[in-house]
Design a protein around this ligand. Sequence first.
Ligand SMILES: NC(=O)c1ccc[n+]([C@@H]2O[C@H](COP(=O)([O-])OP(=O)(O)OC[C@H]3O[C@@H](n4cnc5c(N)ncnc54)[C@H](O)[C@@H]3O)[C@@H](O)[C@H]2O)c1
Length: 338
Amino acid sequence: MKNKLKIGVLGCGHISGDHLLAWQRYADAEVVALCDPQIERARSKAVEFGIAQTFDDPSKMFEQGGLDAVDIITPRQTHAAMIRLAADHGLAALCEKPLCPTHAEAMDLLRSVGDRVRVMVNENWRYRAYFLKIHEWLKTGRLGTVTQARIALWRSNMLPDSDGSIPALRRQPFVAKEERLLIAESLIHELDTMRALFGEMNVVAARLGRNSDRILGEDAAMIMLEADAGHNVIVEGVMTAAGYPFRAPNRLEIAGTRCSVVLDGAVLRLMGAEHEEHVFDEDEVRQGCFDRAIAHFADSLRDGTPFWTSAADQARTLRLVEDAYIMAGAPRRPGIAA
Ligand SMILES: NC(=O)c1ccc[n+]([C@@H]2O[C@H](COP(=O)([O-])OP(=O)(O)OC[C@H]3O[C@@H](n4cnc5c(N)ncnc54)[C@H](O)[C@@H]3O)[C@@H](O)[C@H]2O)c1
């Protein structure tokens, strides 16, 4: 593939601006068409990013032709249908996480698409600059043997503002109706990042909580995992932590026999046999993971090399998501005796 890749984007909602900026920064591809049934969203992004064609129906965009790949940024319930449509037109697909609402649907999709077209999931968290640095430390043995790890996502985004509105629901209104909320929408990133750093693992216990009465799903979760490498991992999150920013980043700690690691916001420390500290730029970390994931998708398509976050890889993360929901059962209500 010598010419610029021609990309069609499906879905022009909340997160599409981050994708479109990443595509704009990648020299060897061009977004040539945008599609959203809410056509005014497609038109507004077309003006902002200088894109000529807009569609209100995915079939029309596919039938028009002229594309090498699509970038799917639509609600999770629509991902499988959009990927099948792309496969029927011989187009590679980059799809937002979660690949499908359930692990079973993801496995069905993988079977039906087979190797007809290449599919990558925009599981972008693991492409964040500080996680890539930790990856490098682990690979070069600087931690020694990892003996335990925990990662937390503590935010205040489900607590009402002074006007009574909820920041998480203003940003993504659709999550109010999701029966699977915090793990399926957010902690999937942390589960995936733990797999990327430590290899395969299994869920051994999980619990959910729901504090807000404006949502159907959980706004608190704790998941305990056993890594095949032998150590334990905790992934946990809560959306009702007063004093924490709406979009607070992770806190991660890794215990190693040679060096341990602490990631607190954008400050990453290596301590023990060696000491190192890196202070990252939050904005670069946020947009940079979209830039890197999208560049990786396009480079891998052009070079014929494997995707780091392939659809098959995402299915392994979705198995952890599924197991966590199965083991947790219904969310508990804090303050209300069971
Ligand atoms: N990787 C990340 O960091 C990240 C962050 C936020 C959201 N997401 C994921 O991105 C996806 C979209 O999330 P969002 O917050 O942008 O949602 P959103 O509701 O703001 O936007 C989705 C858009 O898709 C449109 N749409 C629905 N069906 C469509 C179809 N068949 N073809 C074209 N457009 C269609 C809707 O009209 C809407 O404008 C979800 O899967 C979500 O989990 C990922």
